[in-house]
Write a protein that binds this ligand. Sequence first.
Ligand code: PLP
Length: 444
Amino acid sequence: MEKYIKELEELDKKHFLHPTSPIQQQQADGPGFIFTKGEGVFLEDIKGNRVIDGMSSLWNVNIGHGRDEIGKAAMEQMSKLAFNSCFSTYSNEPAIRLAAKLAEIAPGDLTATFFTSGGSESNDTAYKLARHYWILKGQPEKKKIITRSRSYHGVAMGATSATGLKPFRDFTNSLAPDFYYVDHFSTSALRELIEQEGADTIAAFVAEPVQGAGGVHIAPEHYFKEVREICDQYGILWITDEVITGFGRTGTYFGIEHYDVAPDMMCFAKGVTSGYAQLGGVMISEKMHQDFKELSTGTLLHGYTYSGHAMACSVALKNLEIMERENLIENAKQMGVEMLAGFKQLQSKHGIIGNVRALGLMGAIEIVKDRQTNERFASPLAPLIVSEAAKRGVVVRAVVFDGQDTIVFAPPLIINQEEMEQMMKVLSETILAVENTIKQGMRG
Ligand code: PLP
């Protein structure tokens, strides 16, 4: 067995260029975990280590791992018809049924869906559809996209250009034009930028209902109501990026429901299939759909090979059925309260925990040197805590962009009380160990 694992580790180093990865560390240490199995909130690796997947992997395995029922749905659809083109007027039943289901559950009057294979494609699609919409409406100069600091929208060229986290944009040195950034919580900054650039040059404003990869930032209560008013006032389309917040993550079907407003367009991916198949999409309002139908006389020249993938759509339908049958959104809401209570307990035990926050099962704890002044450590501690927690059986994620020192959480929506307590216990032990190391360092 050891030889077998060694072989895989060497092959990984030699041939697998990992996404979003520390390449030198991967070369030095090899893969941290080679996962072989998933069951509920747990992942198991090739060496038999069992860890709680405190991030639902990439904020996406909402219904938890190892669901046979999904496997059966995928197999049935694959054996019947895995894929057909949905270009032109071709269609298939799972895509039709899923689009109809999404219209039923989506906020406001979002009624029509354009399918993609993931979140980045969804964002690029939303920006292109928004710009195309204004071309059809006779206002082709409306093409600028406004986005927010600390936002993450993916790694396709448009999605990267829209991402407020600068290191992602700096990865490449030529971005898509016409993207503008405003402070993530300031509606006055949004208004000022619109005034400065001119509303007649702006196509859309894009926002995650809760910013995820940027460090789980929850907008103030009135922020999105004001965003809606501003977009209406200036005739700008509002796109919500629900790639993380969609499908129960925050304790409601969609994150924007907390703010009691609805967008004109919505990007989704991840939780729509809980990661069992690659699927995303963009929903547009009935009004936009109507305008498209009336004004688009030629071909809608935007489509991915896998738009409307039959197998992926059947997986999504089964995933949503499970989510509803098992009341997982309500569980996310209740366990989110428990998670926040757990964070507060950690805070009371450990001086290095500053601000804590959560909305449903999307949460964060900040690491500080001094809670009173919010002073940070010279180099962030979150990465060390995260790697130590993984060794002790909990996988979470560190966010250090923009001078942050934060640990983020997004456990599967099926998590129960016992598993939540286990997650907090491991974290507390890990933080205590790190605190002791710091103290020893100070003494030594
Ligand atoms: N939008 C948001 C809010 C995301 O969090 C992500 C991925 O984490 C994306 C878009 C990109 O999605 P994908 O990685 O599926 O392309």
